[in-house]
Structures are given as structure tokens and as C-alpha cells.
Ligand binder design. Structure first.
Ligand code: C5P
Length: 394
């Protein structure tokens, strides 16, 4: 029944200023004619039949360039296909390729909507940042089920929600990092003393993951070398999971071979056990000493063989920050360092915001306001790109 409302949703979206491409699924075409959809959209519609027509482009990839994809009358079946990465029809294949926002407007029987399978699929999509409108309480269905949660949102609400989502996201990303390879390290490292005990730190990895996601959104090919963190694996990014500083050292150096930009956000442990025990040490009543040996400095190692690469570091200082960070940038041959203070309110380990100062090896610096980690990532990449352009025109 919800499919019948599709033409009026299209009209509302066009009134709101959208140019709309329509993908009609096989099921939708049982309820609504291609002609009424074409008339409402003001252009030819795409179907599973058009997908296989000879054409110069891959239709699902072209359609996936939309700023927003709105699934009107989303069925339990399409939710499941999207949540499980199936590409068995044009609508699912397009959803697998979209980079813009996704707004699901479900319509189904309340029993289906509240089934754990459907709830889990909707949750998966939400975890990926997809948005949902409804279903709402009201009458639904053609089978006389009556009222309940399952009714699709009204066409004007759908158009308003789509517009709101685009406003919230601001201008679309420009692919200014396209053609560049970026390596980002993130999170803490773990230095095992024996099979169960280790030295580590509270780094959450959020800053590094934000840099990786932002770079990918701007078109870079990204390798993320991550210590143990509690964050979802980002889609479309090559993820190398490591534990110790030695593993991170090997993974970063290897990935950096082909990279133009390397950003070391990882909180690498400075020391590891000189001789880690192969068996768990029994507890004793007395004091114990652990002999520690320094870990290799990954950023400094990259700095020694810098080539044309842009190298970015982070530094956490409790005092004399700018001078120490500038000296650090010089010593490690980094192009710039983002300095932060562990003591500042709201910007400590694990938070969503960060307040950093950009420090260059020559001692010049810029103090940035408190920003979300994603916004810090945006500015960091703006600066890295600028340095890269200077390198390549020098
Ligand atoms: O010397 P410090 O640890 O303060 O330097 C911090 C910067 O150096 C960060 O970018 C960090 O990722 C990097 N680093 C590294 N290898 C280490 C220690 C720090 O790459 N062993």
C-alpha cells in the first residue's frame, strides 16, 4: 500500500527542490505503474530491467552518487538485503554503493517490524549512520490488520526529513584527496609482560578513526593501522589490526611505502618488556621489577626516510607545549604536530572533542578552538594537503 504513495512523495521532494531519480523494485511495480512514477519524477525511472540494458556506465554506481537515498515504503526484505550486503537487484546494489545519506521510511506489519530479525537489521543500518523515519502508529495494510506501529510516514514529512538531513550535513565533500594514499595509525598499543598482563594507555582511537573516515570521504585510499579499540571497523578502509608497538612499526612502515600522507595519531607505548615471559608469572607477596626497553619511534623512522611524504604527528604535553612540540617536529622530521593537553576539560582521552594547537618545526603555531574530532580531522587534512601541494610544486 505504501508504494501507492510513492508518486506523491516524488512530487513533494521535487517541490522541496530535489532532482529525483527513481529506482522501482519488482515488488513496487506490482502496485504502481512505471508511467505514474515517470510522470511524478519528471524523468525516466530505473528498474531491474534498465539495469541490464547496454549502457556506458554501471547504473547502480551512477545512481549511488545521490546526495541522499530515500527508501519509501522500505520492506523488511530490502532492509535485510541492505543490512547483509546483498546486491541481488538494482535497489540493493545501489544501496551497497552509496556514499551520501540514507533515509529509510519503513512500512510493514507491526509483527514484522518488531520481529528481532528486522529490529537487528534496522540497528545494523543505524550503526552505519543510516537514518529512519517511522514507521508510525496508525492504520496500515491491505489485509485488514487494523492499526499498530507499521504505517509509513506521510509524503510531506518524508520530503521535510530528507531536506533536514541534507541541511545538517552541509555541503557535499569535495574529493580533493582523490588519487592520494593515506596511512593513519590509531589507538593504543599493548606491551605484554606475560601472556595476560600488559602495559597500555587509555587512547580510544577516536581521533585516528575520524582522520581515516574524513580522508576516505574526501577520496583518499586509506590504510588504518589500529591498536586495540572499541570502535566499529570503518567500511571502505583497509584496516590492519595490531597490538604491540613492534607490530604497529612493521605495519605502518610497510603501508607507508606507497603513501603520500602519514598521520600518526596512535599513542604508541614508549617501552616494552625486555624479556616478556612466555607463561603467566605467579603473584608473589614482594615487590617486583620489570626491565623495560624502548620501543622504536615509528614517526622518527618515517622521518629518516621521508621522501616526498607529508608526516603528521600528535603530541600530548603537560607543559611548555609549543616549544617542545616544535622540537619534536624537528627531531622526528614531521611537517607538523598537533599538540594537545591531557589536562584540559572535555578533551581528554576518549572524548568526542579535541582542542589542539598546530605546531610547525619552525616554531610557528595556530591554536584551534575546541572542535569535534571529525572537525579536527578536516583541518588536519586541509593543512596536510597544502603541505603536499607545496612539496610537489617545490
Ligand atoms: O615522542 P612522543 O611520543 O611525544 O611523540 C608523539 C608522536 O610520535 C605521535 O604522533 C606518535 O604517534 C608518534 N610516536 C611514534 N612511535 C613511538 C612513539 C610516538 O610514532 N614509539
Amino acid at each position: 500500500m505504501a508504494a501507492v504513495k510513492a508518486p506523491s512523495v516524488l512530487r513533494r521532494l521535487r517541490e522541496a527542490g530535489f532532482e529525483v531519480d527513481v529506482i522501482a523494485t519488482r515488488a513496487a511495480l506490482e502496485f504502481v505503474t512505471p508511467l505514474s512514477l515517470t510522470a511524478a519524477a519528471g524523468r525516466e525511472i530505473a528498474t531491474d530491467a534498465t539495469w541490464f540494458e547496454a549502457r556506458p556506465d554501471a547504473q547502480h554506481l551512477t545512481l549511488a552518487r545521490a546526495d541522499i537515498s530515500v527508501i519509501v515504503g522500505a520492506s523488511a526484505d530490502l532492509l535485510a538485503r541492505a543490512a547483509h550486503g546483498l546486491a541481488s537487484d538494482l535497489a540493493s546494489a545501489t544501496l551497497l554503493s552509496v556514499r551520501g545519506k540514507v533515509l529509510w521510511v519503513p512500512a510493514m506489519n507491526e509483527k514484522m517490524w518488531t520481529h528481532p530479525a528486522v529490529a537487528a537489521n534496522a540497528q545494523t543500518l543505524k550503526n552505519w549512520g543510516h537514518h529512519f523515519l517511522g514507521p508510525q502508529h496508525g492504520a496500515f495494510g491491505t489485509l485488514g490488520e487494523g492499526a499498530g506501529v507499521g504505517r509509513m510516514a506521510e509524503p510531506e514529512e518524508i520530503a521535510a526529513a530528507a531536506l533536514e538531513l541534507l541541511k545538517a550535513s552541509g555541503p557535499a565533500h569535495t574529493p580533493d584527496l582523490k588519487g592520494l594514499s593515506l596511512v593513519v595509525s590509531a589507538g593504543p598499543t599493548r606491551e605484554y609482560l606475560d601472556p595476560v598482563r600488559f602495559i597500555s594507555n587509555p587512547s580510544s582511537g577516536k581521533m585516528g578513526y575520524a582522520v581515516a573516515l574524513e580522508a576516505q570521504a574526501r577520496g583518499a585510499a586509506v590504510t588504518l593501522v589500529s591498536g586495540p579499540v572499541n570502535l566499529p571497523d570503518p567500511a571502505g578502509i583497509t584496516l590492519v589490526k595490531v597490538e604491540s608497538a613492534l607490530e604497529m612499526h612493521a605495519a605502518v612502515l610497510e603501508a607507508a611505502q606507497d603513501a603520500e600522507i602519514v598521520v600518526m595519531t596512535a599513542a604508541v607505548a614508549d617501552y616494552r618488556a625486555a624479556t616478556p615471559k612466555t607463561e603467566k608469572e605467579a603473584k608473589t607477596a614482594g615487590e617486583v621489577s620489570i626491565h623495560l626497553t624502548p620501543n622504536p619511534d615509528i614517526l622518527a623512522a618515517l622521518g629518516r626516510e621521508k621522501g616526498g611524504r607529508v608526516l603528521v604527528g600528535f603530541a600530548m604535553e603537560t607543559h611548555a607545549g609549543v616549544e617542545r612540540a616544535a622540537l619534536k617536529a624537528q627531531r622526528k622530521n614531521a611537517d607538523f604536530i598537533l599538540l594537545n593537553y591531557p589536562t584540559q576539560q572535555g578533551t581528554s582521552f576518549g572524548g568526542d572533542d579535541n582542542q589542539v594547537t598546530l605546531v610547525r618545526p619552525n616554531g610557528s603555531f595556530e591554536e584551534w578552538p575546541r572542535l569535534s574530532k571529525r572537525e579536527v580531522a578536516t583541518r588536519l587534512l586541509d593543512e596536510a594537503l597544502q603541505v603536499y601541494m607545496q612539496h610537489s610544486t617545490a
